[in-house]
Design a protein around this ligand. Structure first.
Ligand SMILES: Nc1ncnc2c1ncn2[C@@H]1O[C@H](COP(=O)(O)OP(=O)(O)OP(=O)(O)O)[C@@H](O)[C@H]1O
Length: 321
């Protein structure tokens, strides 16, 4: 096995997927995932995340472009790729009359070199539910069972399609810890998620899909760095926003005033924050409810989705004109 951590375990080049009827769900996307990396695909509903992951899993053939997983074509060379990957689909769909342990044993029987089923169930915290029928599990417990089954084959690459949907806050945190532990052990993880907090906390790098195209990509810090930071505070009675140094001088790119509360947006957080604090000190003013923060991934995501939608509307208007 090649353990070069810079090796690209997943390579996607100008990938396209077209459904029957001609709808193009994936419109030429390119990205690569290194060994031992957690990579998140984000996007609004219908952005093309599942359509992309299915191509990576070899479940369908691309309409154009190229996919390589562990150096192989996952569709044409499914026999080589499948034993080295673990797949957690959005809907597991295994027989629900079986117990959890029976399901894991049945699945393990189909996997060469499988972990002991009990070990896989313990990894996801389901060992105490081993004797329960699958149909009696809660939605969150089913997601954990899906994950346990994906881990049975000790995969080098793990595909997780919305792994924490339906889990409560604790279950979600436990899954995050497990994914981090797997990553630290060298597993490469590609996940889709609707939870931006999940991508921010878990992903080494991510791509935001919008209508089948990549609208932004990079580390969570890189993607959020392109968005303005915010500073808010409350001015004491008798002070107004006009008493501050000029907003242009402070590097402010937008502001709102709501009663005594002032909210500033800036791309130069340190310069703006310093300017406001130095002013407050000189004026001997106490700024109550002072809050200084970088943009969150959620803000970046919403802005990128809005901008991408506006571009699509522009293209549509040009086309219709
Ligand atoms: N079998 C299909 N036939 C035709 N169109 C499809 C098919 N499956 C998906 N689509 C369409 O392709 C687009 C992308 O769907 P996909 O499921 O990949 O999105 P997604 O990003 O995973 O969305 P979600 O977050 O809602 O799961 C959607 O517009 C969807 O309606």
């Amino acid at each position: 096995m090649n353990t070069d951590e810079h090796e690209h375990v997943i390579e996607v080049t100008d990938l396209r997927r077209v459904y029957g009827g001609g709808f193009e769900a994936v419109r030429g996307i390119t990205f690569a995932v290194r060994r031992g990396e957690v990579f998140a695909l984000l996007g609004t509903n219908g952005a093309g995340k599942t359509s992309t992951v299915e191509l990576l899993e070899g479940l369908a053939r691309p309409a154009g472009g190229r996919v390589r997983v562990l150096g192989h074509d996952p569709h044409a060379e499914r026999d080589v790729v499948r034993p080295r990957t673990g797949v957690m689909l959005q809907e597991g769909g295994f027989p629900s009359e079986l117990t959890v342990a029976e399901t894991a044993r049945m699945w393990a029987g189909c996997v060469s070199g499988a972990r002991p089923p009990r070990e896989a169930l313990a990894l996801v915290g389901l060992e105490r539910r081993a004797g329960v029928r699958v149909k009696q599990l809660s939605g969150g417990e089913r997601r954990r069972l899906d994950l346990a089954l994906a881990l049975l084959g000790r995969p080098e690459v793990l595909f997780l399609d919305e792994p924490t949907t339906g889990l409560d806050a604790e279950g979600r945190r436990e899954t995050w810890e497990l994914v981090r532990a797997l990553r630290d052990g060298g597993t490469t993880v590609l996940l889709t998620t609707h939870y931006l907090e999940e991508a921010e906390g878990l992903a080494d790098r991510l791509a935001i899909l919008h209508e089948g195209r990549i609208a932004a990509a990079g580390t969570p810090a890189e993607v959020t760095a392109a968005q303005p930071s915010r500073i808010s505070f409350e001015l004491p009675d008798g002070y107004f926003v006009g008493d501050l140094p000029s907003l242009g001088e402070l590097g402010v790119v937008g502001h709102e005033v709501d009663g005594r509360v002032v909210r500033l947006r800036t791309r130069e957080l340190q310069r703006t924050a310093t300017g406001v604090l130095v002013w407050a000190r000189r004026a001997e003013v106490e700024l109550r409810r002072l809050d200084v923060r970088s943009a969150s991934l959620e803000e970046a995501f919403l802005r990128i989705a809005r901008e991408a939608s506006a571009k699509t509307a522009e293209r549509y208007e040009e086309y219709a004109a």
